[in-house]
Design a protein around this ligand. Structure first.
Ligand SMILES: NC(=O)c1ccc[n+]([C@@H]2O[C@H](COP(=O)([O-])OP(=O)(O)OC[C@H]3O[C@@H](n4cnc5c(N)ncnc54)[C@H](O)[C@@H]3O)[C@@H](O)[C@H]2O)c1
Length: 472
């Protein structure tokens, strides 16, 4: 039987906010604390500061009932049994995770602990962070019997974060004693016992009363490593298919057929076998680097992780060269860029390969007109409108008078463009697609020169096939 737990979530970013509203959704009492006053003000008014499906409805449903938002940590700590730490752990200068936000939060928490609390690492952290959190609490004078530290890594994907949280593949709890593990079991009981899925308003998804969420209890160290190694493995899968794509392209094979053929093997699976311009976002790049760093610290040569990173960086250069090869020279050219977010269905542009490629093209003298369904506002903060960077309200106005279109993010709507309209808007019918959203033969029929990843380029009748492309 599930019971209501009082929870404090620190950090109201992509992970903390989703966790806070989802814990309220399954019946807990949540106080979400952030030190960003502007964000808290928005949340108190029911405005979601990030673009995420289902988030606005969930926020509206639970605001000031199951979940409240505040900048005031003390009362939140006093009122709760579990404190989820969901602040950022960005990449530090050596590649290691910068844990200064975590340390700052733990030192703050320590000031308010007067009864037993479980501190939960929700942020992605390197192995042994649980030890450091404990040590930090001791240093700040908190008696050992007043707290435990548990690792509960988060596996949600931006874009499907709410559904992933409520219908997880697995919940991992890394606890070094039964008392703290039991509290986490209680928190997730509505999902693991399946009672949440019986509710009429429950968000539909892959879990059900007959197939509830699975919870795995491990040691804290193992849980910390599960998160880092899962992300590193997914990044490896992407870099692997990108390396195969480069080989496929050089022998006129088709990476989409190859990925389908590989993915039908149930041991491999089709997911994360999409060739493109490389992975980005706020997790994979920093987590691969941090995991590599952790291994190095232990004297382990985890060279494959460095290769994963190198292949990923190279993939952007390859795309840049494709654009150059398709246009001959770059200075003074005008390009329509479709996509700014690091992936579809999010407004997150942190470490977005689209932004990196756009910057490189601007440096080479190209002027860009960009369109993205959700990420324009966030991009304006890092690439303000200028002569070389403009923003459009739709793909067709972005393409107006452009020398070519480049597709940088796999938004569904970019795979369903009105190609006739696009062709008319463009100066030349050229599309360089970094996400393989169309079939080359079809694009040729539509009159386009179409360059994609890991597949032979096709040429419009007007452009003709070059005898050989020599990069100048
Ligand atoms: N974004 C993802 O898809 C994802 C998925 C799984 C795990 N993670 C991990 O979760 C963690 C958080 O990621 P995110 O994307 O939600 O980060 P984020 O930057 O979106 O959010 C972090 C929040 O913490 C707040 N914060 C920082 N210091 C604080 C303090 N002292 N007190 C109160 N609030 C404070 C910030 O204001 C911000 O709102 C990271 O470790 C990340 O690697 C992220």
């Amino acid at each position: 039987m599930s019971r209501q737990v009082s929870i404090c979530v620190i950090g109201s970013g992509y992970v903390g906010l989703v966790a806070a509203v989802c814990f309220a959704e399954v019946g807990h009492k949540v106080i979400c604390v952030d030190n960003n006053e502007a964000k808290v003000n928005m949340l108190q008014q029911g405005i979601a500061p990030i673009y995420e499906e289902h988030l606005p409805e969930m926020l509206a449903r639970h605001l000031n009932k199951g979940v409240t938002f505040t900048t005031d940590l003390g009362p939140a700590i006093e009122a709760c049994e579990a404190v989820f730490i969901a602040v950022g752990t960005p990449q530090g200068s050596s590649g290691s995770a910068d844990l200064s936000y975590v340390e700052a939060v733990v030192s703050e928490i320590a000031r308010y602990v007067t009864s037993y609390k479980v501190l939960v690492e929700k942020s992605t952290v390197p192995v042994y962070t649980n030890e450091w959190v404990s040590r930090c609490m001791h240093r700040h004078g908190v008696e050992p019997e007043l707290f435990d530290v548990v690792s509960n890594p988060e596996f949600l994907r931006e874009g499907t974060a709410i559904e992933d949280f409520l219908h997880p593949d697995r919940i991992v709890v890394g606890a070094n004693n039964d008392r703290s593990a039991q509290l986490l079991r209680d928190i997730y009981a509505p999902l693991t016992e399946g009672t949440y899925y019986t509710q009429p308003e429950a968000l539909p998804g892959m879990c059900s009363p007959a197939n509830p969420a699975k919870l795995l209890v491990t040691s804290a160290q193992s849980a910390e490593i599960i998160k880092h190694s899962s992300n590193a493995f997914l990044a490896l899968k992407i870099s692997f298919i990108n390396a195969v794509a480069n080989l496929a392209e050089s022998v006129d094979a088709d990476i989409e057929d190859i990925a389908t053929g590989m993915g039908l093997d149930s041991r491999i699976g089709t997911r994360f076998l999409r060739a493109g311009i490389g992975y980005g976002g706020s997790c994979f790049p920093k987590d691969v680097a941090a995991f590599y760093w952790v291994a190095q610290q232990q004297g382990i040569d985890f060279q494959i992780l460095d290769e994963v990173r190198k292949i990923n960086a190279h993939q952007q250069e390859i795309f840049f060269n494709k654009v150059r090869a398709a246009l001959w020279t770059l200075r003074g050219k005008k390009l329509a860029a479709l996509g700014l977010a690091f992936k579809a269905d999010t407004d997150d542009i942190r470490d977005s390969p689209a932004i990196d490629i756009i910057r490189k093209l601007i440096d080479a003298g190209v002027s860009i007109t960009a369109y993205d369904p959700a990420a324009i506002e966030k991009t304006k903060a890092v690439l303000p409108p200028s002569d070389s960077m403009q923003y459009a309200e739709d793909p067709y106005s972005a393409a107006e008078g452009a020398d070519a279109v480049i597709i940088l993010t796999e938004w569904k709507e970019f795979g369903k463009l009105d190609l006739h309209r696009l062709n008319h808007a463009l100066k030349f019918p050229i599309i360089i697609d970094g996400r393989n959203l169309y079939k080359p033969a079809f694009m040729q029929e539509q009159g386009f020169t179409y360059v994609s990843v890991g597949r032979p380029a096709v040429y419009s009748a007007q452009q003709g096939k070059p005898r050989k492309i020599v990069l100048s």
